[in-house]
Each structure stands twice: as C-alpha cells, then as structure tokens.
Design a protein around this ligand. Structure first.
Ligand code: KIV
Length: 278
C-alpha cells in the first residue's frame, strides 16, 4: 500500500476506469468511490464528479419503482436502466446487477443474461449476489470475457430467506462462511466484491485476505472502496435511513420546496411572466 495515497490518487483522475485500473487502485492504496445510478441525467452528474464505479443496482426497485424488495426486478428493467446510464457515462466503470433468478437456475442462462447486459445495454461488468452456490456460474461468465463483481454479506435478493435487512455475519459460523465465499469468488475470477452490512472488523479482514478490491456498504472504513445509493446520500429517498448512509445533501426537501413554489406561482398566475412567454 502507498504511503501517500492522496498523491497516488492524482494519477487515477481523468483516466477511463477499467477493472485493471481498480486493481491498480487497490495495490496503490487509493480508495475507490462508487455510487448507483438508474438514468442518464444522474449518471452524467455522478460521472462528471469523478466517481470511479457506477452501479446500475437492482435497488432500482426500491428507489425508482417504489417497491419493498429487489426480488421482482426483471432482465428487461435492468437492460432498460443500464442503457440509460451507459449513455451518460464517459469515465466510470459501468456495472449492472443481474436480477434475482436470472443467473441462479442454469449457468448457460446466466451466461446469456450477462451477455445481454453487455451487448444490448452496454454494461462493462455484471454483479451477482452469493458465494459458493454461484462460483461455477461466475467462472463461466468470466471465462467468456465478461467481468463479474461479487456481492456478499447482506444480499437483498435473499430477503425472504433472511427475513430482515439486519447486519449479517455477526456470528462465527456466518463469518467463516463469508471468509470462505470471498476466497471462492476470488478463485472464480471476480474483479471485485461488494460487502454489504457486515461488521467492520470482519470486512477489513476479508479485504486484506483477497487480492481483488472490496467495496463496502455499511461495512466500515477498512474496505478498498465505498458504495452508496445516490438517492440516499442526496436525501432524495428518505424512506429507509440506515446508519451507514451519510447525507451529503437534503435535495428531497429542496425539490419539494421548489415544486411547492412552482405550484404556488401557477395558481397565483405569476408563472409564466412576459419574459417567459413568446
Ligand atoms: O442494488 C444496489 O444498489 C446494490 C448496492 C447497494 C451495492 O447492490
């Protein structure tokens, strides 16, 4: 790890982010910044801000579709949103989630769906949830040339099995399973692993134990990078506020105030003015 990560970070600014670049960042100790996006406008803003990885997450269900879980997201939803995001991005690596049951049934189906995400929607990598049970599938996808990001810890597609969105791997049995799964994913060829909602100490240990970058969400500061849902950190989505979300803005309140002012102006016939008319 570099003794001066802030100096080294400069050499990664402005360059197109690739999976190789992310592994160079891990080696150099340069933290990786990742955020989600689901549409062109947001993707453009996130990319222009220099964020390294843009995930088209299946959190599209809770953020954009108003649903409680991610399990009903389809391939068509993900292809659509990934296409929109791809158009807005020049520098960041665009990763798309494969939705629940698009990769668990058969490896050849998983391969076809990963291929669609790359060919039809322009994703540069796909993300799959799970460890041992999907390791062979991950290998098949990586072998044909599609980079795969893993996702361990709290895996929201398994919500009906877990029953809650609480912190995972607090007990030794599950922590061991997580350590093993991270190694299996590394061996299967993932370029990175997302670790969601696990104890910080375990996340730091797993981050040290694998050669690929580990991106944390609710997994403490010892990971190689961090990811948040953009609408959460902007204060647009306030339905859930887990403690790992830091609010960088209160855009939800600001947007609502702007909508109220607009409606008031229309009702008072103060909009449009002569200058805003032809
Ligand atoms: O779908 C998503 O947004 C995710 C992140 C929370 C990592 O998987």
């Amino acid at each position: 790890m570099s003794q001066h990560p802030e100096e080294t970070a400069g050499s990664f600014v402005g360059r197109k982010v690739t999976t190789n670049r992310l592994s160079e960042m891990k080696a150099a100790g340069v933290p990786i910044a990742a955020l989600t996006a689901y549409d062109y406008t947001m993707a453009q803003l996130v990319d222009a801000a220099g964020v390294d990885v843009i995930l088209v997450g299946d959190s599209v269900s809770t953020v954009m579709q108003g649903l409680e879980t991610t399990v009903t997201v389809t391939m068509e939803h993900m292809l659509y949103h990934t296409t929109l995001v791809r158009r807005g991005v020049e520098r960041a690596l665009v990763v798309a989630d494969l939705p629940f049951m698009s990769y668990q049934v058969r490896p050849d189906e998983a391969l076809r769906n990963a291929g669609r995400m790359v060919k039809e929607a322009g994703a540069e990598a796909v993300k799959l949830e799970g460890g041992q049970v999907i390791a062979d599938t991950v290998k098949r996808i990586v072998d044909v040339g599609i980079p795969v990001m893993g996702h361990l810890g709290l895996t929201p597609q398994s919500i009906h099995k877990f029953g809650t969105y609480q912190v995972r791997a607090r007990d030794e049995r599950e922590a061991d399973e997580l350590r093993r799964d991270a190694k299996l994913l590394e061996e299967a060829g993932v370029f990175s692993i997302v670790l969601e909602k696990v104890p910080a100490r375990l996340a730091a240990e797993v981050t040290e134990s694998v050669s690929v970058p580990v991106i944390g969400i609710g997994a403490g500061g010892g990971c190689d990078g961090q990811i948040l849902v953009s609408q959460d950190m902007l204060g647009i989505c306030t339905r859930f506020s887990p403690r790992f979300v830091r609010r960088y803005a209160d855009l939800g309140e600001e947007m609502q105030r702007a909508f109220e002012r607009y409606a008031g102006d229309v009702r008072a016939r103060e909009f449009p003015s002569p200058d805003e008319s032809y």
